[in-house]
Write a protein that binds this ligand. Structure first.
Ligand SMILES: *Cc1c(COP(=O)(O)O)cnc(C)c1O
Length: 411
């Protein structure tokens, strides 16, 4: 029996050749031969480039665009992006070293995150990158280390704002948080900073992640810029960096729509008029992870077995939650929904069926698709999880059950 093909809207990003998905101008089946084994992650270089071009086209020219590399720290991806963006945001010594290997000048690299170790702080001070300070205690620690090293540390204050980013997938500011310094405590901190030998550069205000509501992002931009201008009055030096965060989301599930980037850009253009007057020496930074890389990446695994259990078909594959926790629905999701999953070598084939895609782990959580319609697959076919370029491999528990770690390629 033939069924209509529910063509997943998110598939439009990739072209097909003979019903086979193409990535990096290459047919998936050929790429799988090149990689030599499944599972693997593949990122499309051209799509990453196009996404940056799209952002530049819609955001005001004055905006400095940073890549938050925890979304995808593959060194080749970071190298590629280093020549396209204006800065890189890191959150560990490991990420810092990858960023320092690129052409990005150290003063355009910033390091945020609570609980930075003495080792991380010392290396960062010596590298000359910008440390986003998360607490008063960390400020004192940085000052002592700077004195010891004989280097004046470059710092910005990460502020926990007095508002939340509405409709955000993960809230990272507002209320009580482990991130940043509560905004009401920042003026006192800045007074102290002026006396202890730190090179104050500005503020970092990041309020949340995976937001698909254009209006909430616009509102957050307005409140964040206002907060930055208000705090600038207490600063020991002119504000040179005002990092207003990011949090731009991408659609994963049916019914979700892409952000209206043009509207976000227009709103910013308008807001910047006042900021440029009040903080003429400041560069305004937007830091994005997911939005830059998510849609450029796929995860590929192979069907090992077709298993029938009480009327339901299970495609048993060599991939699973140990490689792609988010697609299994266990990376911060409240309700499990299917990621966009297709059979990559027969995407629109007219023979369809409803199947569950599972992996080799001994847990029912190891589910990449739950009773989803796709082309009928045979043993050896390639299952592709779309929207997998961000928070994929490095956000997954690869050691769980001791299977080999999959390969990543940039094509
Ligand atoms: C994780 C993180 C980001 C990136 O968030 P995305 O939602 O991937 O864009 C940006 N800034 C900070 C401080 C972060 O911790």
């Amino acid at each position: 029996m033939k069924k209509a093909h529910p063509r997943h809207a998110l598939l439009n990003q990739f072209s097909l050749h003979d019903d086979c998905l193409q990535i990096g101008g290459m047919e998936l089946t050929r790429l799988a031969q090149r990689v030599g084994k499944t599972p693997f992650y593949a990122y499309d270089r051209q799509k990453v480039t196009e996404r940056i071009r799209f952002l530049r086209q819609h955001l005001p020219a004055e905006i400095h665009l940073h890549f938050a590399m925890k979304a995808n720290p593959m060194p080749a991806v970071v190298q590629h992006l280093a020549s396209l963006v204006d800065g890189i945001d890191v959150a560990s010594a490991g990420e810092m070293n990858i960023a320092l290997d690129t052409v990005m000048p150290p003063e355009k690299i910033s390091f945020a995150g609570p609980g930075k170790s003495e080792f991380e702080l010392s290396c960062a001070i010596a590298a000359g990158i910008v440390l986003n300070i998360e607490s008063e205690q960390e400020m004192e620690h940085i000052a002592r280390l700077g004195e010891h090293l004989g280097i004046c540390p470059n710092v910005a204050v990460r502020v926990n704002p007095d508002f939340e980013l509405k409709s955000s997938g993960m809230k990272m500011g507002g209320g009580a948080k482990q991130f940043g310094v509560d905004s009401e405590r920042v003026p006192a901190m800045l007074a102290r900073m002026g006396k202890i030998g730190l090179n104050f550069l500005g503020f970092h205000i990041f309020s949340g992640s995976q937001n698909l509501k254009t209006a909430s992002i616009q509102e957050a931009h307005e409140k964040t810029l206002q907060l930055g201008m208000r705090l600038a009055n207490s600063a020991p030096a002119p504000v040179r960096i005002l990092n207003i965060g990011g949090g731009f989301g991408v659609p994963y599930f049916p019914g979700e729509e892409a952000l209206n980037l043009a509207a976000i850009g227009e709103n910013l253009q308008h807001l910047l008029l006042k900021v440029k007057q009040q903080l003429p020496e400041s560069r305004i930074v937007i830091e994005l992870g997911r939005y830059i890389v998510a849609e450029a990446g796929i995860y590929v695994c192979r069907v090992l077995e077709r298993k029938l259990s009480r009327g339901q078909v299970f495609l048993v594959t060599d991939g699973g939650l140990h490689h792609h926790l988010a697609a299994s629905g266990n990376f911060g999701q409240v309700i499990r929904k299917n990621y966009p999953v297709v059979i990559g070598n027969r995407v629109h084939n007219s023979e369809r069926e409803i199947v569950s895609v599972v992996g080799p782990l001994c847990t029912p959580l190891d589910l990449l698709a739950d009773q989803m319609e796709m082309a009928r697959a045979d043993i050896g076919d390639l299952v592709v999880v779309l929207q997998s370029g961000a928070y994929g491999l490095t956000a997954s528990p690869t050691a769980f059950l001791s299977h080999p770690v999959p390969i990543e390629v940039l094509v």
